[in-house]
Write a protein that binds this ligand. Structure first.
Ligand code: FAD
Ligand code: MLT
Ligand code: ZN
Length: 467
């Protein structure tokens, strides 16, 4: 491997072939997976990515692409063999062009999501992808995982926000799909193969993103109620009043709020009484604030009158809106402080969310006395983070040993609802084995054929996504 590393240094410069102090690249955000990279390679542009991929192919060195390393499934973490390189995309962070009339932005893969959002705003446009990790995740990682986030209800997943891609294939060729077209039916739409492929088919080096009119008005509220069924009624009511202006509908259980308050003591108490369930809602509009406020207020009054919600806090300033959102966004980090949980990212049809919750919670409580389900997520998309924290008295390693059993309780019910065992985080090395349990063999077989066609040497993120 000395030859390989020397050639990599000649290609990228010594400073961009790291072989020491690799801890930050070797462990995932949750601290669940730790690998042993041969080296971390940091190419500067598409040409260097191409040359690096060719070098790896010539030496049979497997490549683990890494963006912001905020993924939830260990997809960007190498294995423990010491043979895989991490290819970090962070230096590919240029904005190639912006076309406000076409409402498109062309950026390189290493651009941080928050930077892209800010750039769109400077041009009075919105790039609507919005995640708790937006300060560190990169657009290449977002595309590779087909990230969801909190505005899918209105704008769709990352897949819906990408018009074109540039991809370096496993043999080093550059597949240029960087078209900025809203209509193009000229054969298979190849970009969709790479969106959500978690680095297993090629390296995304640039993308054309869709922009939208910037919202100039915004309304945010935190509501409290008794049952998941009421959440569905509220969703219907809010959408009825607000239509497309309704952009976010996030479910938050009382246990999730309590965990945030435990680890973020500055979190304000929103209601005097305790309520088992809450939602955080947002509406936004490109037109005036007064009209939006009136429609938002009318919808909430109707919900209170009909007894759908018990109570509601409406943000009266941008600062308060941030404060309400912080309760939601801090759940992931609070769980990190609490010690690792058994994590789920499931989807069922929106109409089934309430019966799904009502079915699974008692099963978990019967299986494990004192178990602490931390249920929250993007209810408007039927996507819940149905995480299961250990009951008092259990050690973290002891609880981790229960993963298969807990997964079976939750995911068998998901399967009965014809749902998904990974709605937005992807599979990485955390969920790939579930493929064999919950996907049709033919579907897995077709995926293997695609992988074989595009990466015959199995050098692109091997061991991830496909079991
Ligand atoms: P990484 O973690 O670096 O990589 C993720 C996967 O993509 C890996 O398989 C990697 O090999 C591959 N990859 C990365 N870059 C490339 C590239 N250029 N070409 C090919 N493959 C590549 N996710 C959601 O969907 N919705 C949420 O609401 C959400 N909220 C989050 C909140 C917090 C606090 C945190 C920590 C994470 C959250 N995530 C969420 C998960 C995560 O942020 C997303 O999956 C994000 O899209 C990952 O981007 P990244 O740049 O960090 O990718
Ligand atoms: C979220 O919605 O907060 C994220 O997907 C991260 C998580 O599941 O904790
Ligand atoms: Zn999420």
């Amino acid at each position: 491997m000395t030859d390989f590393l020397q050639a990599a240094k000649a290609l990228l410069g010594d400073a961009h072939v790291l072989t020491t102090d690799l801890a930050a690249y070797a462990t995932d955000w949750r601290g669940k997976f730790t690998g042993l990279p041969l080296a971390v390679l940091r190419p500067a542009d598409t040409a260097q990515v191409t040359a690096t991929v060719r070098l790896c192919a010539a030496h049979g060195v497997p490549i683990v692409p890494q963006g912001g390393n905020t993924g939830m499934c260990g997809g960007a973490t190498p294995d423990g063999s010491g043979a895989q390189v991490v290819l970090s995309l962070g230096r590919l962070n240029r904005v190639r062009s912006i076309d406000p009339l076409n409402n498109t932005l062309t950026v390189e893969a290493g651009c941080v999501l928050q930077t892209i959002q800010a750039l769109a705003a400077e041009h009075d446009r919105l790039f609507p992808l919005s995640l708790g990790s937006e300060g560190s995740c990169q657009i290449g990682g977002n595309i590779a995982t087909n990230a969801g986030g909190v505005q899918v209800l209105r704008y769709g997943n990352t897949r819906d926000l990408v018009l074109g891609l540039e991809v370096v294939l496993a043999d080093g060729q550059v597949l240029n799909l960087l078209r900025a077209l809203r209509k193009d039916n000229t054969g298979y739409d190849l970009k969709h193969l790479f969106i959500g492929s978690e680095g297993t088919l090629g390296l995304i080096t640039a993308a054309v993103l869709k922009l939208f009119p910037a919202p100039h008005a915004q309304a945010v509220a935190f509501a409290a109620f008794q049952t998941p069924q009421q959440a569905l009624q509220l969703l219907g009511l809010m959408r009825g009043h607000l239509g497309d202006r309704f952009t976010a509908f996030e479910l938050i259980s009382q246990a999730s709020v309590a965990m945030v308050r435990q680890y973020f003591p500055a979190t304000p108490t929103l209601f005097e009484a305790k309520h088992p369930w809450h939602v955080l809602m947002q509406a936004s509009d490109a037109a005036g604030q007064d009209a939006l406020d009136a429609a938002f207020q009318a919808a909430l009054e109707a919900a209170l009158e009909r007894g759908i919600i018990d109570d509601v806090v409406v943000a009266t300033s941008e600062a308060q809106a941030h404060e309400l959102w912080a309760v939601r966004e801090n759940i992931s980090e609070a769980q990190q402080h609490d010690g690792s949980n058994i994590k789920h990212d499931i989807a069922v049809p929106v109409s089934s969310v309430s019966s799904f919750i009502d079915e699974v919670l008692p099963m978990l409580h019967t299986a494990y006395e004192g178990v602490r389900p931390i249920v929250y997520g993007h209810l408007g998309d039927g996507n819940l983070h149905f995480n299961v924290s250990r009951p008092p008295g259990w050690t973290i390693p002891g609880w981790q040993l229960e993963t298969d059993r807990v997964n079976k309780v939750v995911l068998d019910v998901v399967a009965r609802y014809q749902g998904s065992f990974s709605a937005e985080h992807g599979l990485g090395q955390l969920k790939n084995h579930e493929m064999l349990l919950y996907k049709a063999p033919l579907e897995v077989d077709v995926m293997r054929r695609v992988k074989q066609a595009l990466d015959p040497q199995n050098l692109m993120n091997p061991g991830k996504l496909l079991p």
